[in-house]
Write a protein that binds this ligand. Structure first.
Ligand code: ADP
Length: 273
């Protein structure tokens, strides 16, 4: 066989390998009699380029699962692979967006310097060059005029936009989001939904969103994975099959949206009982 065709086969194998895969994930906290099994065995595959939502009752292990996928926490059992390689520490290409934007921004840095933090440590990069590159991301999230302000001078929604700009400046191949919209008011949340969908469509990263909000998951995602109560397993994965681009009003009025929301809420209410 020619070297060329071997290379083609290798490339094909990489393309066909599961993109981000969680296999047999179990996670317990504590030791001996005091240990709690939080995740009881989760198998989940994230496809390249998709928007995956993960929902489940409070305390079922959604955040823990996302941290394991990001290499920020170690599973007690099981394996995570990203682009065919084992994840044992946070891999390049995966960026994690935390729920508590207030705690993830540096109060002593200006907005632009908070965003620049994502790239200023790269070889050959200076703070000034990083600032220039990041100004574009601030424009994308509608905060160009706030570059020289400090995070505490901004509203909650604006602060979360800064963390989104910082996450995108790192040019993620996968963006993992842990309830990033739950601490902002309802109207800001809808604006941030539209923003994240727009950015996802333009920048073509893979998105995984953990949320307890069924509406949010259905509105944003291609597929929604439902976790059972602790110790959690995957109860169901549903394809949303809603047309894109999605619209904050029209999409939420579609019969398919209403049907899905009903089905998933029913599942969660049953699991909360
Ligand atoms: P969710 O995101 O679904 O609300 P979490 O992943 O935060 O759930 O937590 C799942 C379970 O694991 C909860 O019962 C929580 O108390 C427990 N847990 C999470 N992190 C820790 C930790 N570091 N130490 C002990 N228990 C933890």
């Amino acid at each position: 066989m020619q070297i060329d065709s071997l290379e083609v086969l290798a490339v094909k194998a990489t393309m066909e390998a599961p993109y981000l895969q969680l296999q047999g994930i179990r996670k317990s906290f504590g030791e001996g009699d005091n240990s709690t099994l939080a995740i009881g065995g989760v198998d989940l595959e994230v496809h390249q380029g998709e928007f995956l939502g993960i929902i489940g009752p409070s305390g079922c292990g959604k955040s823990t699962l996302l941290q394991i996928a990001a290499g920020l926490a170690t599973p007690t059992e099981g394996r995570v692979t990203f682009e065919g390689r084992d994840v044992t520490e946070p891999p390049a290409g995966i960026v994690y967006l935390f729920q508590q934007y207030g705690k993830s921004l540096f109060p002593w840095r200006t907005v632009i310097d908070n965003v620049a933090f994502a790239i200023e440590h790269r070889p050959g990069m200076t703070r000034q060059k990083a600032r220039e590159e990041c100004q574009w991301y601030l424009e994308v999230v509608g905060l160009a005029d706030a570059a020289r302000k400090y995070p505490w001078q901004l509203s909650g929604g604006m602060q979360q936009r800064v963390t989104i700009a910082r996450a995108l400046a790192a040019k993620p191949r996968v963006l993992l989001m842990d309830e990033p919209f739950s601490s902002v008011d309802a109207l800001t949340r809808l604006e941030l939904h539209a923003l994240i969908l727009d950015l996802w469509q333009k920048q073509r990263f893979t998105a995984v969103l953990v949320t307890h909000d069924v509406d949010e998951a259905v509105f944003l995602a291609d597929r929604v994975a439902v976790l059972s109560r602790r110790p959690s397993t995957i109860a169901e994965v549903v394809e949303t099959e809603l047309p894109r681009p999605r619209d904050n009003l029209a999409t939420r009025e579609l019969p398919r949206f209403i049907e899905l929301r009903h089905h998933l809420l029913e599942q969660l209410l049953r699991r909360d009982a």
